[in-house]
Design a protein around this ligand. Structure first.
Ligand code: PNW
Length: 480
């Protein structure tokens, strides 16, 4: 028998995020997050919906855990709602014991079910009060201290029970979608037809910087005061897609590919692994990109125990000539779905930005592993929507062969990255355990391996892919 590509302790499971599944926005003392506020602004969410009910997971954690068991998951990645735990968010604001206990109970119940919890501290739902009080993520002095305090409250309450911590989910999204395009909360942008406030040329870079410092501060807190007794690991999750040149014969397109990854991923990865921003970003952004002080570098450099990787798709990259626009956040290039020959990078899905290209997963993992000296990787999200899925009758919808095929391709690519390219990847969380509130897309776009009937009491129906993932891992992992 040839050796299996994945070890028997490979940690696989499913991911979700608080605002996307919980509902119960004002129960047991929870206060608004910036997403509650954002959803109330007409025109921001495609179907005018919100996370008010979502999957109702606040009342159905037992159903969620039963689903995880049915899927044979070994781990569950979920995020905490900061404003459930500290409703107003700040370091001098009261802790809400009921909100905190909801998560402690969830962790206990997961352990009882034999499922390893992986916790994201921040998946975009900043307490709204902090945005109002001092400008939220834009205010380095206040925000870093409040975030560190929140992290400590959580480590103290459940540090002994949780071995995997993620400080931030996709800081690129908080910075760019929240402060450049305005597509996500709090919706800042220079585009005055969309928002009265915002400066897309500056704010995203300030926010990204502040998120990095806050990440470093939380990691330091964990390492100083919890790691030794609790024995866990902590890292950040970065999103990033693979890239192929629009014209493989044009050196400028080939070069633009690396620049795209630097702007999207190394913006955060380089400070964490090297203590500086990529040269390509400094060159284009000049002093709009903040400078690290010596103290900040000391906090940020070396602050990952593992690299959390979210990955969905790929793009073709075409360089642009001439100077970059002040609002550009891509690295002065175009991201396209088709190459020069008119070939699509992959089949269409319900998400305009997502076309599957499994080999890109293997290539990106290798690219990142080479750049950062072979860190430990946990894939913390990977998954797909299906074009028109929401319009199908239930019996057809549950036969989600396209999604099964996606997972076969992507998990196969991960196995190859590990067994053939030597990438040290130790875990994989599929996005998502169930259909949920897909941010600005509302409920029309579904990413779940479980169908959630939003008009039928949030009843859950596992799709074909819910079982397929376990079968794929069975085929790839060493036997017990
Ligand atoms: C991730 N884009 O977000 C998030 O972490 C999840 O909460 C989300 O539900 C999932 O992917 C599916 O969208 C992204 O526009 C959202 O490029 C948008 C983009 C990328 C990632």
């Amino acid at each position: 028998m040839p050796e299996a590509p994945l070890p028997k302790d490979f940690l696989w499971g499913f991911a979700t995020a608080s605002y996307q599944i919980e509902g119960a926005p004002h129960e047991d003392g929870r206060e608004d997050s910036i997403w509650d506020v954002f959803c109330r602004i007409p025109g921001k969410i495609a179907d005018a919906s919100s996370g008010d009910v979502a999957c109702d997971s606040y009342h159905r954690t037992h159903e969620d855990i039963a689903l995880l068991r049915e899927c044979r998951a070994k781990a569950y990645r979920f995020s905490l709602s900061w404003s459930r735990i500290i409703p107003l968010g700040g370091r001098n604001d009261p802790v809400n014991e009921k909100g905190l206990q909801y998560y402690v109970q969830l962790v206990d119940d997961l352990h009882a079910a034999g499922i390893e919890p992986m916790i994201t501290l921040f998946h975009w739902d900043l307490p709204a009060e902090l945005d109002k009080r001092y400008g939220g993520l834009l205010n380095k002095e206040e925000f870093v201290k409040d975030y560190e305090n929140y992290a400590r409250v959580v480590f103290k309450a459940m540090g002994s029970k949780v071995k995997y911590w993620i400080t931030y989910n996709e800081p690129w999204c908080s910075s760019i979608l929240g402060y450049s395009t305005g597509l996500f909360a709090p919706g800042h942008t220079s585009d005055r037809t969309k928002s009265a406030i915002g400066d897309s040329s500056r704010e995203p870079w300030i926010v990204g910087h502040n998120l990095l410092i806050a990440h470093g501060a939380a990691v330091k807190a964990y390492r100083d005061d919890f790691r030794e007794k609790d024995g866990g690991q902590i890292g950040i999750t970065l999103n990033g897609d693979w890239v192929e040149p629009w014209d493989a014969d044009d050196p400028a397109d080939v070069e633009a590919c690396d620049r795209k990854i630097e702007f999207a991923i190394c913006w955060f990865g380089d400070p964490i692994y090297f203590g500086k921003y990529p040269d390509s970003m400094r060159k284009q952004l000049g002093d709009r990109l903040p400078q690290f002080t010596e103290e900040e570098i000391a906090l940020v450099k070396g602050s990952n125990d593992f690299y959390g990787m979210n990955h969905y798709c790929a793009n073709y990259i075409k360089h642009k000539d001439g100077p970059a626009e002040p609002e550009d956040f891509t690295g002065n290039l175009e991201m396209l779905m088709e190459n020069k020959a008119g070939e699509s990078i992959g089949p269409e899905t319900q998400s305009v930005w997502l076309r599957p290209y499994p080999i890109g997963f293997r290539k990106l993992m290798k690219w990142l592993s080479d750049r950062y000296g072979g860190p430990v990787f946990y894939v913390t999200e990977n998954g797909t929507s299906l074009k028109g899925e929401n319009d199908l009758p239930l019996d057809e919808l549950l036969q989600d062969d396209f999604r099964c095929e996606y997972f076969r391709g992507y998990i196969g690519a991960l196995a190859a990255a590990r067994s053939k390219d030597g990438v040290d990847v130790r875990g994989y969380m599929a996005w998502s355990l169930m259909d949920n509130f897909e941010w600005a897309e509302g409920y029309e776009t579904r990413f779940g391996v479980t169908y959630v009937d939003y008009n039928g009491g949030q009843k859950r129906h596992p799709k074909k892919s819910a079982k397929a993932i376990g079968d794929i891992f069975d085929g790839l992992m060493e036997k017990e």
